[in-house]
Design a protein around this ligand. Structure first.
Ligand SMILES: C[S@@+](CC[C@H](N)C(=O)[O-])C[C@H]1O[C@@H](n2cnc3c(N)ncnc32)[C@H](O)[C@@H]1O
Length: 250
């Protein structure tokens, strides 16, 4: 595994407890699940959750695929996944830039909350394309740099990162956390250069705000989110943008 490319090490980090259970992120979790249910094919033979961590989202795909892989480089995450799902999944460890799958091996894959760790998004997307068989589907979530709060911070001078240009935003030291955010157009160019056809786009976690959670409550935000994912997709202002992509038949 090339060290300079793996920018966030989840070994020894209890992502499940620290990030999801100790914090108020039920809305974000529901928003992810809602999008995945709308985008993933109903039936697949071989499916992989790329950077799947401990399998937070496994219940959204276990019933849809005959064979399920959870791929990640963190042993801590994969051991947790195995403990939770046993024989229902197979774990595979490695680096996203060199996926341990053959060309055209999978007929479905998903990659959620991983792009913000990737220094070379184009290379990772090309790898996803390689392992997917012609006609196969990829659901990819992208960390968006062009959100309303980031626009507000930029125009009021509180941030120097320009959300309107297409350069990749790196919000933290690469050696520490590697927190990349992307302009939707930049990502969409990569998808089409690699050869993917975009079938559907959703705007996700539209109401991610501590204030809104406090004021309206998670249940109301989840209801609003359901309608907003499709409605707001054309403007792509949300922190997460989901793409359903297809590798064309040969
Ligand atoms: C924020 S977590 C997301 C986990 C899961 N997809 C979810 O939504 O709950 C990011 C995951 O990506 C994995 N990851 C980051 N960079 C990677 C790389 N270069 N190769 C393989 N996995 C990577 C991390 O180990 C971690 O489990």
């Amino acid at each position: 595994m090339s060290k300079e490319k793996v920018v966030s090490d989840y070994n020894g980090y209890d992502y499940k407890t620290e990030f999801w259970e100790k914090t108020d992120r039920a809305y974000e979790d529901q928003a992810d699940r809602m999008a995945i249910r709308k985008l993933l094919p109903k039936r697949m033979e071989k499916f992989a959750d790329i950077g799947g961590g401990y399998g937070r989202l496994a219940n959204e795909y276990l019933k849809r695929a005959r064979k399920v892989y959870i791929f990640d480089y963190s042993k801590t995450e994969l051991d947790q996944a195995k403990e939770m799902y046993g024989d229902k999944i197979e774990t595979r460890a490695g680096d996203i830039y060199k996926l341990p799958f053959k060309d055209n091996e999978l007929d479905g894959l998903m990659m959620v909350r991983v792009t913000h760790h990737l220094e070379h998004l184009d290379k990772a997307i090309a790898e996803l394309y390689r392992v997917l068989k012609p006609g196969g589907s990829a659901v990819i979530e992208v960390a968006n740099k062009r959100t309303l709060p980031k626009m507000a911070r930029f125009v009021t001078g509180r941030s120097k990162i320009n959300p309107f240009d297409q350069s990749v935003a790196n919000y933290k030291e690469i050696s520490k956390d590697g927190f990349y955010n992307y302009h939707p157009k930049y990502v969409e160019n990569i998808f089409s250069k690699v050869g993917f056809k975009t079938e559907k786009i959703l705007s996700v976690s539209n109401f991610r705000s501590r204030g809104l959670k406090k004021f309206l409550g998670t249940n109301n935000l989840v209801k609003m989110e359901n309608g907003a994912q499709q409605l707001l997709a054309p403007i792509r202002f949300a922190p997460s943008i989901y793409y359903k992509l297809r590798k064309p038949e040969e």
